[in-house]
Design a protein around this ligand. Sequence first.
Ligand SMILES: Nc1ncnc2c1ncn2[C@@H]1O[C@H](COP(=O)(O)OP(=O)(O)OP(=O)(O)O)[C@@H](O)[C@H]1O
Ligand SMILES: [Mg+2]
Length: 368
Amino acid sequence: MDRPKSVPSGQPGDRPSVPEQRSTSGPYLRVDDLRVRFDTEDGVVRAVDGVSFTVERGRTLGIVGESGSGKSVTSLAILGLHNAKRTTITGEISVGGRQLVGLPEEEVRRLRGRDMAMIFQDPLSALHPYYTVGRQIAEAYRVHHPGAGRREARQRAVDMLGRVGIPQPARRFDQYPHEFSGGMRQRAMIAMALVNDPDLVIADEPTTALDVTVQAQILDLLADLQAEFHSAIIMITHDLGVVSQVADDVLVMYGGRAVERGSVEQVLRRPQHPYTWGLLSSVPSLHGDADEDLVPIRGNPPSLINLPSGCSFHPRCRYADRNGDRSRTEVPQLRPAGGEGHLVACHLSTEERTRLYREDIAHVGVAR
Ligand SMILES: Nc1ncnc2c1ncn2[C@@H]1O[C@H](COP(=O)(O)OP(=O)(O)OP(=O)(O)O)[C@@H](O)[C@H]1O
Ligand SMILES: [Mg+2]
């Protein structure tokens, strides 16, 4: 059952006009075979190329991958934030049982901010410099609660500022973004994203710009809010330490595709894809001993206009030649990788991967 919103449904503008498509069972977010293409002067950019995943309420999915792997494009597609003219989106995105792909812009806008919200890496991209922080949060509330008066919206914004740990929220309400510190701006943006109690929160590198202490506080805050509201969260991050701390499940993206998916335990402790091995072994913080050799991923991320044939990771994979030509000719599909729900897109057999991982990778400490 959906948690009731702060305002009774039935108010104009507070309910989707497609209730017949809505179901309350199953995962809150379902993304199925999502493809996002941009038409550019240089050619068609296949930024997301057949990605599927689900997120249930109360769970956190971590999405990891190198820069340009399609993480943000995926989240912007879910929120309906791509420019419709230059973007082609196919596949299914279902939020709370509503299919979003192809839904008219006004319908998506009605859900955005209310049922789903995004926390961006850079708070200044979400907070306008010319308006006070409190006013922006109050406005975000009123957009979805047209019946709310100014006083109610102000009170709600002050409450939210307090909830995200901003001291003296009533005073802070009237300050401008530049009067906030970086960590406080991030909190204010979280307050704005959460002001309507969204059921789905997408946090795109929300703590990258923050120092470690503030980062830990923000992650704790998100965990508290999730416990309170039972929201589904997507956490996009380069930081596998953050993933290991907050995620229940992990999706590893490479060149717009999902190459590995599973529980955090499976993907971080029993990783199956050579690309995931590379990501994990490039992270000193996940190693027990800083002196041990790291195994960086050689080469560069692929061009999304002209992806390598077959397995798009093959030019960078140390094991690409073990299957003759197959890596170059056949796109590997996600297949069961051993543990329940653990999937990997790699032509190597599970036995071979397990052996290679044990011989080549595990000794540098990744499996800890
Ligand atoms: N509007 C657009 N038009 C053309 N190409 C785009 C557009 N938006 C994104 N891209 C391209 O799509 C690819 C994926 O971008 P995306 O922003 O999703 O990467 P990311 O995984 O979020 O990377 P990062 O970790 O750096 O944030 C990139 O190559 C990017 O240049
Ligand atoms: Mg991004």
